[in-house]
Each structure stands twice: as C-alpha cells, then as structure tokens.
Design a protein around this ligand. Structure first.
Ligand code: HEM
Length: 189
C-alpha cells in the first residue's frame, strides 16, 4: 500500500466514524439508548473489577442451599439482596432461581438489580431492565417470539442457578416438596 492508498483508507475510516456519530446524535432516542448501554457496560465491568480485588477478603462464603418451596410475589420480594444474609432470588417464566452467586449482576447497584426479588420475565422478553412489575404479571400480551425469548433465558439461567420452586399466582396453593426433592444437588456442588 502506498502513501496515497493509506491516506484514502484513513479518510474512508474517519468518514464512516463521522457518519456513525451523525446517525447516533440525530435522535434523542439514540442518545438515550447509547447512555443506557454505557451505564450497563460500566456497571458490568465495575462489578468485574471489584471482584478482581483482594478476593481473600471480599468473596462471601456460599449460603446454604435454600429449602425447595413455592412463593408468592410478596414472599419473593424479600429476597432482593438487602437482607442480612444477602440472598437474591429472581423469577423467570414461573420458576424461582437463587441467583445469589450472580450478585454482581442482580445485587444492589448491579446492572440487573431491578430483577432481584421480582419476576424478570417481561424485562427479559423486552430486553429492557426497567420492565419489572410489582404486581402479578400474566404476560398474556407478549407475542410468541417474546415468549420464546423468556423460555431461552429460563433455560440459560437454569444451567447456572438452583431452582427454588414456582412463583405462585394470586390464590394458588404452594406444592409440598418431599425431602428427596429438597436434597437435589446444588449447582455449586
Ligand atoms: C446493551 C447493553 C448490554 C450489554 C453490553 C450487556 C452485557 C452483558 C454481559 C457482558 C454479560 C455477561 C457478563 C459475565 O458473564 O461476566 C451479560 C449478562 C446478562 N445480561 Fe446483559 N447486557 C446488556 C443489556 C442487557 C439487558 C437489556 C438485559 C435484560 C433486560 C440483560 C440481561 C442479562 C442477564 C440476565 C445476564 C446474565 C447474568 C447471569 O449470568 O446471571 N442484559 N450482559
């Protein structure tokens, strides 16, 4: 490549960057989305670097496995990571996960803290962290691709976290889990 070719590559590169900049700054929505992405990226990487510090001091010992049980939304709400033991639960697609070991995501100040103690299905379906309701959400307005996305997140989190039980609809009775089901191996073992 001669000097002229190199100069034209540099010129082309800077014109693409210029176009991108103009495109992004042309709408308030684009700017808002960019800011939201930068905040999430900052929170994720901040969480990571906090973990990299003096781990001998900072890593909390894992909590004992929780007894298998179904919960109402009100019961679930207590487990947002602010209690003394710091346990964090989160529901997806009707199942409750113990996401305590993912506290840097879901714990207070984490990028997905809004999911803690809540049903995160709608937020995950819509890929918007603030789409979390305090009241019962039957998800009936979600389309099939959004529901498919909820099922995929459910399967992905089930690989990593223990399922505690089911999220109960208002008026629904909890199941009685046997000791055998209770003794299922933890994902930490
Ligand atoms: C566009 C901005 C986003 C970026 C750059 C981003 C980036 C990431 C990264 C890098 C991870 C993996 C972190 C790791 O394993 O160390 C992650 C995990 C995750 N993200 Fe995002 N994310 C974004 C938006 C979102 C949104 C909008 C949602 C949901 C509404 C979401 C939900 C999740 C969940 C549930 C996990 C799994 C955490 C776990 O392993 O428990 N993300 N994200």
């Amino acid at each position: 490549m001669d000097a002229d070719q190199a100069a034209s590559v540099v010129e082309e590169g800077s014109s693409i960057l210029g176009d991108l900049y103009t495109e992004i700054t042309s709408s308030t929505l684009n700017i808002a989305l960019l800011v939201a992405i930068l905040i999430l990226v900052y929170k994720i990487f901040k969480g990571r670097s906090d973990d990299d510090g003096d781990t001998a001091v900072k890593v909390d010992p894992p909590l004992p496995k929780m007894k298998k049980q179904d919960m109402t939304l009100e019961e679930l709400r207590k487990y947002d990571g602010t209690q003394a033991d710091g346990r964090v639960l989160c529901a997806i697609n009707g199942r409750i996960f113990d996401v305590t070991k993912g506290k840097r995501f879901y714990g207070p100040g984490g990028p997905y803290a809004s999911f803690a103690g809540h049903d995160a299905s709608r937020a995950l379906a819509m890929f918007q962290t603030d789409m979390v309701k305090d009241e019962w959400d039957d998800l009936s307005d979600l389309d099939s691709s959004q529901m498919e996305s909820v099922r995929e997140w459910d399967a992905q989190l089930a690989e990593k976290y223990d399922v505690i039980g089911r999220l109960l609809k208002p008026g629904e009775e909890p199941s009685n889990y046997s000791d055998d089901e209770d003794g299922e191996k933890s994902k930490d073992d």
